[in-house]
Design a protein around this ligand. Structure first.
Ligand SMILES: *Cc1c(COP(=O)(O)O)cnc(C)c1O
Length: 415
């Protein structure tokens, strides 16, 4: 294995990619080859990701937002429909549903874990019904790398006839251990008859990096075929008997086989494809996923130790029992009121001490667009989570001593 590239960590950002010489070699090989897009690196990454997450198939795409957009579109979600989205997430989980023409039924979250549970999803479904929306899907977010309680949410989806779109942008490598089993995030819930898809992001702050990249995974062949088609202009190479051909003369050759140059479109799609340049990087990174996950787990264990003396002002993230997380964020819980310091002041003080932090997340339902659309929703769990959350530096290149540095800086910033 190639040595990590030297990185200057005088300032610790809250997250950063780990690019090594073999990643660079993989990308360079693509640049020297014949295919910059729609080539073997994309296909190879799709096979490797599907195998890693226990799904029948993966479709690589341009980013996590495109993955969400494709998942909602493939499920046929549109105007008059609604998607249940926890308010503690990145903007895109909700925006992608809106771009599909759907409404967003914002759900509350547990104030400690930041995760949407069954009760919160049920409350959102009830509010959506009152508004006259047809709820079509639950979109649980596996915040910080821990899964939402998927046994319960899959049961709810199946009982209500809803599809499941797991936003696993934080959780590549996380394993669901509920019921004594071991199911990687991405395998989905085949028992959910209305459809089960999982989406990933490979933005550089996430666990493995493509630069920009994403994927949809699933195991229903016709649903995944629709994801794949929508990702590439809705284009099909095989004439679809019964649909009516784009050009009956051209569709089939003399032997009745699809003409190699022929294409047709049954519904408008997108160009949300991933390039082979990005695919080569993320395929190379996927080979190190276990190492990244182990290193992140070790750093989180160190955080739990080093932050313990700062309790109850500072507490590490709340753990849920049903998963073995691939930690994306160290979202610490800080009682800023009790410390008598505003979050902004603490963040500025930490920055001056060389420690970068970020807030995940301002509850999405508070964004001006959504307030204009739905007014002021009362989601107290999401607001309580927001009030105390602060993401501390967490990435594989951090040394053990960097955790001490962060803990010491936090103690100073809060005193
Ligand atoms: C990063 C992220 C996205 C969007 O992924 P991009 O690759 O940045 O488009 C969506 N949802 C969550 C929860 C994310 O963290």
């Amino acid at each position: 294995m190639a040595d990590p590239l030297p990185v200057d960590l005088a300032f610790l950002p809250y997250g950063r990619q780990s690019v090594e010489e073999d990643d660079i070699a993989a990308v360079a090989a693509v640049l020297r080859g014949d295919w910059l897009t729609q080539g073997p690196a994309v296909a190879g990454f799709e096979r490797a990701l599907a195998a890693r997450v226990g799904a029948a198939e993966a479709v690589a795409c341009a980013n996590g937002t495109a993955a969400l957009r494709l998942a909602y579109a493939a499920l046929g979600i549109g105007p008059g429909d609604a998607v249940v989205v926890p308010s503690n997430t990145f903007l895109a989980t909700a925006s992608a549903a809106r771009h599909a023409g759907a409404e967003v039924a914002f759900a509350d979250v547990d104030p400690d874990s930041g995760l949407m549970g069954v009760a919160e999803a049920e409350a959102a479904i009830a509010r959506a019904a009152k508004a006259g929306w047809r709820v079509r899907a639950l979109a649980p977010v596996h915040y910080a790398g821990q899964t939402a309680p998927m046994d319960g949410l899959a049961g709810l989806a199946q009982a209500e006839g809803l599809a499941l779109v797991e936003d696993a942008c934080h959780a590549v490598g996380t394993v669901d251990v509920s019921g004594g089993g071991e199911t990687p995030v991405g395998a989905g819930r085949p028992e959910v008859e209305a459809g089960s898809l999982t989406v990933f992001s490979f933005h550089p702050v996430k666990t493995i990096a493509a630069g920009e990249g994403g994927a949809v995974t699933g195991s229903d062949p016709s649903l995944m075929a629709r994801v794949r088609r929508l990702c590439n202009h809705g284009m099909m190479r095989e004439p679809q008997e019964g649909e009516g051909f784009a050009d009956p003369e051209a569709a089939l050759d003399a032997e009745g086989k699809a003409n190699p140059w022929y294409y047709e479109m049954a519904e408008p799609g997108f160009n949300h494809r991933l390039s082979d340049i990005h695919a080569a990087l993320v395929l190379s990174q996927l080979g190190r996923l276990d190492r990244f996950v182990d290193r992140r787990a070790r750093l989180m264990a160190l955080y739990a130790e080093r932050l313990a003396p700062l309790a109850p002002l500072v507490r590490p993230p709340a753990l849920v029992p049903w998963c073995r997380p691939a930690w994306h964020l160290c979202a610490a819980r800080i009682d800023f009121d009790a410390a008598g310091r505003s979050r902004s002041a603490v963040m500025a003080a930490l920055r001056a001490l060389g420690v970068g932090t970020q807030v995940h997340y301002i509850p999405v339902h508070r964004q001006p667009y959504w307030r204009r659309r739905y007014g002021d929703l009362a989601l107290p769990g999401a607001m309580a989570h927001y009030a105390h959350t602060l993401s501390l530096p967490l990435f594989p290149a951090m040394a053990d001593g960097d955790v001490d540095r962060v803990a010491a800086a936090l103690e100073r910033a809060l005193s």
